[in-house]
Design a protein around this ligand. Structure first.
Ligand code: HEM
Ligand code: HEM
Length: 185
């Protein structure tokens, strides 16, 4: 490793990473609260926040992907095994794929009920011109829910892997995504 090797993400990339992580957890908590709501009306009112936040997450992920082109990630730690580096790339790719596809699938599903997405009354995404088909909408939402669980399982695995590398292997992986501390690589 050269002393000048870049081992950290840019400050803006760090900000976007932790913002996206926090919003995804919030998105999950909202869906749980909606499921536990005593009436359909209350559940719908809570889910309206989930729909609006989904639009926000999508936009932040697009900003993240544009920024990734402008300021690419640091090279992977060459001390990590080849399979670890490949797995890490696959997981990061899966995160971005899910974070783009899930809100679009949600929008298509809601559109098949003929419903627009209101982003807290600030603006609306109109229903897409898809055939009205509530059964199909339900099926897409079910797939969306399953993808949401997959995303959370992946996030838990990803977070635990970062902690294992940092505190057991002591290679500073976590500090690649934090403005303090030093990371090998
Ligand atoms: C990146 C953005 C999004 C993420 C990360 C996300 C994540 C999730 C998660 C974790 C669940 C809970 C799954 C479960 O506990 O079974 C869920 C459920 C749900 N989401 Fe999203 N969501 C996003 C965007 C959207 C959008 C934009 C819509 C609609 C326009 C939407 C509609 C729904 C619905 C209706 C459910 C209940 C699904 C069911 O199990 O039937 N989501 N979402
Ligand atoms: C929903 C939660 C999370 C999501 C969606 C997520 C997503 C991602 C993505 C997409 C990357 C790749 C960044 C890029 O190259 O553009 C990344 C990197 C990273 N994440 Fe997360 N993350 C989450 C939670 C966490 C947690 C809880 C931790 C730590 C405990 C963590 C630690 C890291 C670290 C250290 C990196 C840099 C890894 C490297 O340099 O190869 N993330 N994360």
């Amino acid at each position: 490793m050269s002393l000048n090797a870049k081992t950290k993400y840019s400050g803006f990339a760090m900000l976007l990473h932790w913002l996206i992580a926090g919003l995804v957890i919030a998105q999950w908590l909202i869906s749980i609260r909606a499921e536990d709501a005593p009436t359909r009306e209350e559940s719908g009112a809570i889910m309206a926040n989930h729909f609006a936040l989904g639009v926000v997450i999508f936009a932040v992920v697009v900003v993240r992907l544009v920024w990734r082109q402008i300021s690419p990630p640091p090279p992977q730690n060459p001390d990590h095994a080849a399979w670890e580096r490949t797995l890490s790339r696959i997981v990061h790719f899966a995160f971005y794929a899910l974070l783009l596809v899930m809100p679009i699938a949600g929008w298509i599903a809601l559109s098949s009920f003929g419903e627009p997405i209101s982003v807290w009354g600030l603006f609306q995404l109109p229903a897409l011109p898809v055939p009205q088909n509530p059964d199909l909408g339900e099926q897409i939402f079910e797939l969306h829910g399953a993808s949401g669980i997959a995303l959370l399982v992946l996030a838990a695995f990803h977070g635990l892997a970062a902690l294992k590398h940092t505190f057991l292997d002591k290679d500073g992986t976590l500090y690649r995504m934090l403005p303090f501390g030093s990371a090998k690589g």
